[in-house]
Design a binder for this molecule. Structure first.
Ligand SMILES: [Zn+2]
Length: 291
């Protein structure tokens, strides 16, 4: 059958809509949601040294208007184009062990070594170190956007989760009355509910509160969060991550659990702390990279 031009156009639009729906509804599997990443990058950027702030502003595309936060979820959006990158957002560790070891765990589903979020953080750190070499062979804009995103992801406790449940992706739960999976509760729901309940649905208010806490109640801890004798320290963050996953995310949850105030109110401080740590450490890592 020969289609009229406008029928073809309609079909084309339907395809676009279907594709958009696919992106919207399947891309939540790995990573803090958009707000989690925004929060991490917004905490990090004002903490950059002069040299790091200049490098970041040079590397960001002009349309980002020097706002790292606006592109902090870029790595999630390119998963379809850069199919190879989807394994770089998380680490699968052995079931129930509650421990992480780089050489044992940092590999993708095919067993290819270094393909996990910790390996990706090392890799993009090494690329960014070439920033001052006139003939760097890397796309350093992409390296920066990947690094900023992955330092966020590695702080989401279920990004260093058990292998058989794919970091809580196969654990069906209810978040209050809504059906979801445990992984999504930690990517998005806890943050969303906190914004609604405590910040008048305004993410900027949540960011301000975390920033204030970092310079007041958490000031001495925040110094310790930055500590790293190498340029990047993702292994320490992964070990903390799987411990938080066991102690808080998985604890008391099974398939079909209904999670509400008890769970929300006890886990929300953990999410707050991990977002703050992610932001402080992203800045510290960029400061070590760019001097
Ligand atoms: Zn991610």
């Amino acid at each position: 059958m020969k289609l009229q031009r406008n029928q073809k156009m309609e079909l084309y639009q339907i395809h676009i809509l279907a594709f958009a729906a696919l992106i919207c509804c399947t891309s939540t599997a790995h990573g803090w949601g958009i707000h989690g990443h925004l929060i991490t990058c917004r905490i990090a950027q004002p903490r950059l040294s002069k040299a790091a702030a200049e490098a970041v502003s040079q590397l960001l595309p002009a349309y980002a208007d020097n706002d790292l936060g606006s592109l902090c979820s870029w790595a999630d959006r390119v998963k379809f184009r850069y199919h190879w990158s989807s394994a770089l957002h998380y680490i699968d560790t052995p079931d129930q062990l509650c421990s992480y070891q780089y050489t044992r765990d940092c590999k993708d589903e095919d067993g290819i070594k270094d393909r996990c979020v910790a390996g990706a953080i090392y890799n993009y750190t090494n690329q960014l170190i070439t920033y001052n070499n006139a003939n760097s062979q890397y796309n350093l804009t992409e390296a920066l956007l990947f690094l900023a995103h992955f330092i966020g992801d590695i702080h989401q406790p279920l990004h260093v989760g058990f292998t058989s449940d794919r970091g809580g992706n196969t654990i069906d739960v209810h978040w209050y009355t809504r059906k979801t999976v445990l992984h999504h509760v930690w990517d998005d729901n806890i943050i969303e509910t906190a914004e609604e309940r405590f910040f008048d649905s305004n993410v900027e208010e949540l960011i301000n509160t975390l920033q204030t806490n970092i310079t007041t109640v958490w000031a001495s801890q925040a110094k310790a969060w930055e500590a790293c004798t190498k340029t990047a320290c993702p292994d320490a963050y992964s070990s903390e991550g799987i411990k938080a996953a066991c102690d808080w995310a998985y604890k008391g949850v099974s398939n079909g659990s209904v999670l509400q105030d008890d769970y929300f109110l006890s886990r929300y401080p953990v999410v707050n702390m991990r977002l703050a740590q992610g932001g402080v450490r992203l800045a510290a890592t960029l400061n070590r990279i760019f001097g």
